[in-house]
Design a binder for this molecule. Structure first.
Ligand code: KG4
Ligand code: ZN
Length: 362
């Protein structure tokens, strides 16, 4: 996107038209994407602008909060202005401002929250506070208007791995989450061990295509038989030991490995993660008698995970319907924020100017 500063369009483009639609400006800055979008009635995407910081963080192998915060400050206004311009709308036609205020990096969230509060105040618009994880879930829901309930939702991102009992957009009930590393975090850390670029998920997926998923049997941590929580630090450590030796004293063998050996590690690691994610989702689906399975979050872009979940949904009795977020809305974006905000708007659940960012989910 071009991010040159230009004034936000304040003139009413359609002053004489009566509008039945609800236009919401969504803002997202929870991690390393500065994003804004205008969505009508929770479904019609009028614009979506994302300024990614991947290039800034890649040399560190992960997101550096201070760098993320500064980049959000630099980009937030141009991104919002561009979202409004692309939507061919204006201040007067925006009905509310929505912002992801949790969970995430507080120093990053605060930039979006401050921008949203400022716009809500100066434009005299209602403010809506959105849970970033619930918004990821919404990305999968918008794919189908006739969602069969109950649904179980798997949200897999760089910072979170959660299972929800989903019966309405406003009250997803948390069934389980990771007790250590998130799935995406494990992808990123293992990519780092394998000296692959950041973000690790796409890099591992790409190289895994040339590898044998059965080459190495990495551990699958299922926790207690009825647990819906996740643990991925064991798989990550197993990859580390595989590359450095059990005592971690050996040299990192990655430099001397062939491309095929690295591909085998990537494929076997991906297989182990996907295996756990699918089995736990199946466990959750059985527990709540789910008719539908929802998949969202950055790791939902992974084709292996999508295919394995589809196979699980097809083979269980009765079969379940799988709804997956479209790839462009798997990773962080503001469309999902504005889309979920529509339901809050309709329910009259507004925030006020005391809204604060929160590192963890409420
Ligand atoms: O949802 P997201 O954009 O940001 C957070 O809310 O964390 O997710 C980013 C995460 C990163 O860890 C990235 O490695 C992972 O999603 N990811 C993938 C793939 N694409 C992104 N993981 C596995 N396979 C992919 N294709
Ligand atoms: Zn996310």
């Amino acid at each position: 996107m071009g991010t040159k500063s230009k004034p936000v369009n304040k003139k009413r483009a359609t002053s004489n038209e009566s509008r039945a639609t609800i236009n919401i400006l969504g803002i997202e800055t929870s991690c390393d994407e500065t994003a804004a979008a205008v969505v009508a009635d929770g479904r019609i995407v009028k614009s979506s602008v994302i300024a990614s910081q991947t290039k800034l963080h890649e040399k560190y192998g992960g997101v550096v909060p201070e760098i993320a915060s500064r980049a959000h400050i630099e980009k937030i206004y141009p991104v919002i202005a561009e979202a409004i311009e692309q939507a061919e709308t204006c201040e007067a036609d925006i009905d509310a401002i929505a912002v992801a205020n949790q969970p995430g990096l507080t120093v990053a969230l605060i930039v979006g929250v401050t921008a949203a509060k400022t716009l809500a105040l100066t434009w005299d618009k209602p403010l809506l506070a959105i849970n970033h994880l619930h918004a990821h879930l919404q990305s999968a829901v918008v794919a189908d208007e006739n969602l069969q309930m109950p649904a179980v939702a798997l949200i897999v991102s760089g910072g979170h791995t959660c299972l929800y009992d989903y019966r309405s957009p406003l009250e997803p009930k948390l069934l389980g989450s990771t007790i250590d590393d998130a799935a995406g975090e494990a992808f990123d850390k293992v990519a780092n061990i394998l000296k692959l670029p950041y973000p690790g998920g796409p890099a591992i997926e790409k190289i895994a295509k040339n590898g044998n998923p059965d080459a190495i049997k990495f551990p699958r941590s299922m926790l207690a038989p009825d647990s819906l929580d996740f643990s991925f630090s064991g798989i990550k450590t197993a990859v580390l030991y595989y590359c450095r030796g059990q005592d971690m004293k050996g040299e990192n063998r990655v430099d001397s490995m062939s491309a095929k050996q690295i591909a085998d590690i990537a494929a076997s690691f991906q297989e182990a993660i996907v295996d756990v994610l699918v089995k736990k989702t199946q466990r959750a689906a059985e527990k709540i008698n789910a008719k539908t399975v929802l998949l969202g979050g950055g790791v939902a872009a992974n084709t292996q995970l999508r295919t394995a979940l589809q196979n699980m949904c097809d083979s269980t009795i009765p079969a379940k319907k799988l709804l997956v977020a479209p790839k462009q809305y798997c990773t962080d974006n503001a469309v999902m924020v504005a889309s979920l905000a529509y339901h809050k708007f309709k329910a009259g659940i507004f925030a006020d100017l005391t809204l604060e960012p929160k590192a963890s989910s409420e």
